[in-house]
Design a binder for this molecule. Structure first.
Ligand SMILES: [Cu+2]
Length: 122
């Protein structure tokens, strides 16, 4: 039956595409940002991370428990980040996406103090 074989070929092409997709194309990139204690205070490391569109950022609470809260007007995001856990988000738009930990950072009049970070998507 022609219809069935067409679907079969489509499934094979899709499967092949998925397999090839795992071999390191740009849309499969994940980078890490770690919540760590630097001997004095908690910080995001690296504080600023530059990535390309389609990259996934995974925040991990290596030391202590944190939150990831967006600031600025170009995105909205909030996740709890208990010690030892991680959260991930894929960035598909260009721009600078600022965030901070609400436990170890604060924003007053648009100025972030403490555990602040940013993702720069080029
Ligand atoms: Cu924190």
């Amino acid at each position: 039956m022609a219809n069935r074989s067409t679907k079969g070929i489509a499934a094979l092409v899709l499967t092949a595409g998925l397999l090839l997709g795992t071999t390191g194309t740009a849309d499969a990139v994940t980078v890490g940002v770690r919540g760590v204690f630097n001997g004095t205070r908690y910080v995001w490391s690296p504080k600023t991370k530059t990535i390309t569109r389609g990259t996934t950022v995974r925040w991990r609470a290596v030391n202590g428990s944190h939150t990831v809260k967006s600031r600025g007007t170009n995105w909205t995001y909030f996740r709890n980040l208990p010690a030892g856990t991680s959260v991930a988000r894929t960035f598909n738009r260009r721009g600078t996406f600022r965030y901070y930990c609400t436990i170890h950072g604060s924003v007053v009049n648009g100025v972030c103090s403490g555990m602040c970070g940013s993702i720069v998507v080029s």
